[in-house]
Design a protein around this ligand. Structure first.
Ligand SMILES: Nc1ncnc2c1ncn2[C@@H]1O[C@H](COP(=O)(O)OP(=O)(O)OP(=O)(O)O)[C@@H](O)[C@H]1O
Length: 721
C-alpha cells in the first residue's frame, strides 16, 4: 500500500481513498489529477480488492488511456487493467458483446474518416456529385450535424430499415444534402458500419430497449471514473448517467479553465452543476501545480484571469524558481522560425535532449514555415498532428488486408484488391460493381461467382481469393500479430514497398506490428482479430509515437493532457491565435482557455513568439491580445516593440472587444419575429446563425432571405411592440 499512497498530497490522498459515492475533483492544470486517477484505480484494486473488470476509467484520448494503463500496471503489477478507455472505445466493447440486440453482427465495422471518404467517393461517383457541390470535409460535417442536431433519431431508421429500403431513399433523394446523407446511411448499413456518432447512439439505444443488457452493464461497472470532465458532451453525459445508476459510484475530474471543445458540443455546465444533479456530492479542489516553474504558473494565472465567465481560482506553484517566460516579436514568419531554431540549438548545446522540446501552434498550416527552416538548419523534428499515423496509406492498406480477411467488405476490397497490381483495374472493378448491384452482394462475393468469366483471364483474381480463404481459416489459429506479418508477406504488399524503396513506409509497418503486439499484451484472451479491428479504427494522432530524438511539433488541441520540459508557443498573432473565426465573447474565452492549456504544458521554460506580416485575407498581423493579457513584469521581451505597433494593436483589440461585447447579449429576436431595418424595410426573422452572429431575414421587398449581422440596427415591428 505504501507505494500507492506515497507522494500524494492531502487532496490527492482524499481523492484516492474516497471510494464510495459521488465525487467531483476540480483540479487546476498540472495539479496531479492524472496521478490521482491512476492511484485511485490502483487503490481500488490492491486495497479494496475490486476487480479491474468492474472499473471503468474514461480518458479523453487513446493515448491518455495507454498512459494510464502503463501507470496502473506499474502500481499494481497486474496486467489486467479493465476498461480504461475513451467513451468511444468503451462503446465498441459494449457493442461487441451486445450489438445483436439491434440485429447487427458482432463483426460490425468501426468507420474512420478515411472509410467515410471512401463511401462518399462511391456516392459522388454514382450520383454525379463533385467536390464543388460539397467537399468531403464539409460532407462529413453535414452528416455529423444531421445525426446530432437535425435528425437525432436517425439511428432508429438505420436500424429498422433494410439496406434496400435505405437505398431507395437514397435513389429518390434530389438535394445534394439528402443524397449524401441517405447514400451514406445506405453504405453504412450495407457493411454494418458505424461511425463515431453511431457508436454512442447505438449503445444508448440498446440500453433503452433492453433493460437486461442495461442492468448487466450497470452491475458490472462498480466504479466509474471520468477524466477531463469539463469537455464532456450531452450524449456522453447521458451514457455516464445510465452506467452509474446502479452502484452510484462516480468520480469525476475536470478543470473548467481547460474547456476547449465547446465547438464540438462539450459543456462545462456538467462539471459545474454536478453537485445539483447528484445527491451528496463531495467536491475536492486541487490547485497546487507540480508541473511548471512559478514564472510559468504566474503567466498562466494572469492570462486566464482575463476571462470573465469563470470561477476565480489561481494555480499555486510548488516548484523552485526557473527561467523567465520569454516573448519574442519577429518581423516575418521566417525570422520567427529562425529565432526558434537558434534557441533550440542553444538549449541542445546546453544539454537539453531534442525530444524534450515541443513547439505548439493554433493551426496545422503554421508548421510549414517552421518545417522549411528546420530542414535548412538540419534540426530533426516530428509532426504530431499532421497526417495521422493510422490514416497513412501503408497503415490503411495493411489494416484493409486484415479487414478483408475478417469481413470481406467492399471498402477493404476496393482498397487492396489491386495493391500490389493483380490486373484488377478500373474496367474489371466496374464489372464487379455492376454485378454486385444487380445481385445485391458484396464485391468479394461478386468476384467469387464470376472469377471464371473471360474478363478475369490474365489476372491474379484467383490468387487473391485463395489468399483470403487461406487466411480466413487461420484467423482462429494465429495471434493477430502473426497473421498480419504473414499476410503482408504472402500478399506481396511488403515486397511492393521494398521495391518502391520507401524506408519510412516500411518503418511505419514495423511500428504497426509493434502496436498489434502491444494490443495483444494488453487484452490477453480478448485480443481477437475482430476486437483489434474495432479498436484500431478509434486510434488517432500520436497513438503510435516514435521515441526518436526530435523536436515535437503539434497543435494545442493535440497537446491537451500532455507535458513537456521546453515549450515554444508560436504564431501568437491576432487572427491566428485568437483565430479570426472567433465572433463571440464566449468564443474568445474558449480561445483564451486554449492558450492557457498551451502555457500550462510547459515544465521548465516557456517562450512565446509572433511575427508581423499579413494574414491570408490580406489584413495586417498584430501581436495577440493574449500576450498583453499577461502583465509586462511577468514576461521578458527580447526587444522593445515599436510604440506605433503597440498603439495600433491596442486600438484594433479594443474595437474588436467592443464588437464581442455587443454579441454577448445574444440575439434579441427569434424565428418568426417581425422586424424593421432602417434601410431594407420590414421583414421576418427566418433563422439565427450563432456561428456568424447573424439573422437570416426575409425582407418583404426582396424575394430571397438575407443574412444580416446582429450588429445591424433592427427594430421590432410596431404591431409586436
Ligand atoms: N503530489 C505530487 N508530488 C509531486 N509531483 C506531483 C504530485 N502530483 C503530481 N505530480 C507531478 O505533476 C505533474 C502533473 O501531474 P498530472 O499530469 O497528473 O496533472 P494533471 O492535473 O492531469 O494536468 P493537466 O490537467 O494540466 O493535463 C506530473 O509530472 C506529476 O508527476
Amino acid at each position: 500500500m505504501d507505494n500507492i499512497l506515497d507522494g500524494l498530497n492531502t487532496e490527492q490522498l482524499q481523492a484516492v481513498t474516497a471510494t464510495e459515492g459521488f465525487y467531483r475533483v476540480i483540479a487546476g492544470a498540472g495539479s496531479g489529477k492524472t496521478r490521482a486517477l491512476s492511484h485511485r484505480f490502483a487503490y481500488l484494486v490492491s486495497e479494496i480488492g475490486a476487480l479491474p473488470s468492474g472499473i471503468l476509467c474514461v480518458t479523453f484520448t487513446n493515448k491518455a488511456a495507454a498512459e494510464m494503463k502503463k501507470r496502473i500496471r506499474a502500481l499494481t503489477g497486474d496486467n489486467d487493467t479493465g476498461y480504461i478507455s475513451t467513451f468511444h472505445s468503451f462503446c465498441v466493447s459494449v457493442l461487441q458483446e451486445d450489438i445483436s440486440a439491434v440485429q447487427y453482427p458482432k463483426s460490425f465495422l468501426v468507420l474512420d474518416n478515411a472509410d467515410i471518404d471512401a463511401m462518399l467517393k462511391l456516392i459522388y461517383e454514382e450520383r454525379g456529385l463533385t467536390l464543388r457541390d460539397m467537399t468531403f470535409g464539409k460532407a462529413r460535417d453535414m452528416i455529423e450535424m444531421r445525426k446530432l442536431v437535425k435528425d437525432p433519431e436517425y439511428y432508429e431508421l438505420m436500424i429498422a430499415m433494410t439496406p434496400e429500403a435505405l437505398q431507395e431513399k437514397y435513389l429518390n433523394a434530389a438535394a445534394a444534402d439528402d443524397i449524401i446523407f441517405w447514400g451514406y446511411l445506405y453504405q453504412e448499413k450495407k457493411c454494418f458500419g458505424l461511425d463515431y456518432n453511431d457508436l454512442i447512439k447505438y449503445v444508448l439505444h440498446i440500453f433503452d430497449i433492453d433493460a437486461a443488457i442495461r442492468l448487466k452493464w450497470q452491475q458490472r461497472l462498480e466504479y466509474i471514473m471520468i477524466d477531463e470532465f469539463q469537455d464532456i458532451d450531452a450524449l456522453q453525459y447521458r451514457l455516464m448517467r445510465v452506467l452509474c445508476d446502479y452502484h452510484k459510484n462516480l468520480f469525476i475530474v475536470g478543470d473548467p479553465d481547460q474547456t476547449i471543445y465547446t465547438w464540438r458540443g462539450a459543456s462545462v455546465r456538467y462539471l459545474l452543476e454536478f453537485d445539483k444533479e447528484f445527491s451528496n456530492v463531495r467536491t475536492i479542489m486541487m490547485m497546487r501545480n507540480y508541473r511548471s516553474t512559478p514564472q510559468i504558473v504566474a503567466a498562466a494565472n494572469a492570462l486566464i484571469a482575463a476571462n470573465k465567465i469563470r470561477v476565480d481560482k489561481d494555480l499555486i506553484p510548488t516548484l523552485p524558481d526557473g527561467a523567465p517566460v520569454v516573448y519574442h516579436h519577429a518581423r516575418t514568419a521566417g525570422e520567427e522560425a529562425l529565432w526558434i531554431a537558434h534557441e533550440i540549438k542553444d538549449l541542445a548545446d546546453r544539454g537539453a535532449p531534442l525530444r524534450d522540446i515541443t513547439i505548439l501552434y493554433r493551426a496545422h498550416y503554421l508548421s510549414r514555415t517552421l518545417e522549411e527552416v528546420f530542414l535548412r538548419e538540419e534540426l530533426p523534428y516530428t509532426i504530431f498532428s499532421g497526417v495521422q499515423f493510422f490514416s497513412r496509406m501503408e497503415i490503411k492498406d495493411a489494416l484493409s488486408y486484415l479487414r478483408l480477411v475478417s469481413l470481406r467488405d467492399d471498402l477493404s476490397f476496393l482498397r487492396v484488391a489491386n495493391v500490389p497490381k493483380r490486373n484488377l483495374g478500373q474496367r474489371r472493378m466496374k464489372f464487379l460493381q455492376d454485378y454486385a448491384v444487380q445481385n445485391s452482394c458484396t464485391l468479394y462475393a461478386a468476384l467469387e461467382r464470376t472469377v471464371d468469366d473471360d474478363i478475369f483471364k490474365n489476372t491474379k483474381a484467383k490468387r487473391l481469393l485463395a489468399l483470403v480463404e487461406r487466411f480466413s481459416a487461420l484467423v482462429s489459429e494465429l495471434p493477430v500479430s502473426e497473421l498480419l506479418s504473414k499476410l503482408l508477406d504472402e500478399s506481396g504488399y511488403e515486397a511492393l514497398l521494398r521495391t518502391e524503396g520507401s524506408q519510412e513506409r516500411l518503418d511505419n509497418l514495423a511500428e504497426l506490428k509493434q502496436s498489434v503486439h502491444d494490443f495483444e499484451i494488453n487484452c490477453g484472451e480478448e485480443s481477437t482479430l475482430e476486437s483489434y479491428l474495432a479498436h484500431v479504427a478509434l486510434m488517432t494522432a500520436g497513438d503510435a509515437e516514435s521515441g526518436k530524438n526530435a523536436v515535437k511539433l503539434m497543435t494545442v488541441h493535440t497537446a491537451k493532457g500532455l507535458e513537456f520540459p521546453y515549450v515554444f508557443l508560436c504564431g501568437l498573432m491576432e487572427g491566428v491565435f485568437p483565430s479570426k473565426k472567433v465572433l463571440t465573447r464566449e468564443g474568445m474565452e474558449e480561445e483564451r482557455r486554449l492558450c492557457f492549456v498551451a502555457f500550462t504544458r510547459a515544465e521548465k521554460r516557456l517562450c512565446l513568439t509572433d511575427a508581423e506580416g499579413r494574414n491570408l485575407d490580406g489584413s495586417y498581423r498584430y501581436p495577440s491580445r493574449f500576450i498583453f493579457n499577461v502583465d509586462r513584469a511577468l514576461l521578458t521581451y527580447t526587444g522593445e516593440l515599436d510604440p506605433r505597433l503597440v498603439s495600433d494593436t491596442r486600438l484594433m483589440i479594443e474595437s474588436n472587444e467592443k464588437m464581442l461585447e455587443l454579441t454577448a447579449a445574444g440575439p434579441s429576436f427569434g424565428p418568426g419575429d417581425r422586424v424593421v431595418h432602417s434601410i431594407m424595410g420590414s421583414g421576418e426573422i427566418v433563422d439565427i446563425d450563432r456561428d456568424k452572429n447573424a439573422y437570416l431575414v426575409k425582407f418583404d421587398s426582396i424575394p430571397t432571405p438575407r443574412k444580416i449581422s446582429m450588429r445591424a440596427r433592427l427594430e421590432r415591428a410596431p404591431s409586436q411592440v
